[in-house]
Design a protein around this ligand. Structure first.
Ligand SMILES: Nc1ncnc2c1ncn2[C@@H]1O[C@H](COP(=O)(O)OP(=O)(O)OP(=O)(O)O)[C@@H](O)[C@H]1O
Length: 231
């Protein structure tokens, strides 16, 4: 279980997160919604260790990982699909997937079958360069690369951004499948409201660095959430 407890995050003097709390459980999807620039990516970066926090704590499976370096969080089972995907354009699809091997014992250094079951296009494209894939295929590759590390916490930052509807559906199905396996906690940052709503077990809405609404999807009042999302 992930517990983010009242964290602050600063960029120099500018405060991007103010006392933000969030929980994520295995077998559940926690969605983070909010307009551009409200701090969603900063929260993701804090969870995976790419940005330090200035107050509060981040606990994963009962351990305080607030001061862990990103590679130690990865070793503890945390993987992310960053905004903009960050795949390696000059490496092939196969090589991109293999970059996930670094933290795995030798016997686990293979791509799990489920990656190709969820995203068959990756098998067809194994020899192609990452940079030659469409945006949607790159997003599938970024998710596949995260799954290679067999994460127990998967953090996805706006996976539908700039992606065509058919691939958005595939990504939604993949997230739903991974949730159903029950052994992975999923944090989904998403601005596409319907996509976020349909996948959420619990949700938080952020505005100006703070959580302004949160709860179970079953109790969500859509109009209240939408009010925070419209400009
Ligand atoms: N590296 C940085 N240095 C300084 N300020 C930053 C940095 N990264 C983000 N910010 C600022 O922190 C605030 C939160 O940004 P963040 O990217 O976390 O928001 P976001 O909700 O993810 O937005 P988007 O949906 O556009 O990705 C913004 O005001 C942004 O300008």
């Amino acid at each position: 279980m992930l517990n983010v407890n009242r964290i602050n995050l600063h960029y120099g003097a500018a405060q991007a997160l103010k006392s933000v709390s969030l929980a994520a459980q295995k077998g559940k999807v926690t969605t983070v919604m909010g307009r551009n620039g409200v701090g969603k990516t900063s929260l993701m970066r804090a969870i995976v260790g790419r940005q330090g926090i200035s107050a509060g704590s981040i606990e994963w499976n009962g351990r305080d990982i607030s001061r862990f370096a990103p590679e130690n969080r990865a070793r503890a089972g945390i993987a992310s699909v960053p905004q903009g995907r960050e795949i390696f354009p000059l490496l092939t699809v196969k090589e991109n997937l293999e970059t996930g091997y670094a933290r795995l014992p030798r016997r686990d250094r293979h791509v799990p079958d489920e990656v190709f079951e969820l995203f068959p296009v990756l098998r067809e494209m194994m020899g192609r360069r990452g940079g030659d894939l469409s945006g949607g295929q790159q997003q599938q590759l970024a998710i596949g690369r995260a799954l290679v590390t067999r994460p127990e916490l998967l953090v996805l930052d706006e996976p539908t951004e700039g992606i065509q509807p058919s691939i958005i559906k595939d990504i939604g199905r993949a997230i739903d499948f991974l949730r159903g396996r029950g052994d992975m906690a999923i944090v989904l940052v998403e601005q596409f409201f319907e996509f976020a709503r349909d996948l959420a077990d619990t949700y938080v809405v952020m505005d100006r660095g703070e959580v302004v609404l949160s709860g179970a999807r079953a109790d969500m009042v859509e109009a209240d959430v939408r009010r925070w999302l419209t400009v």
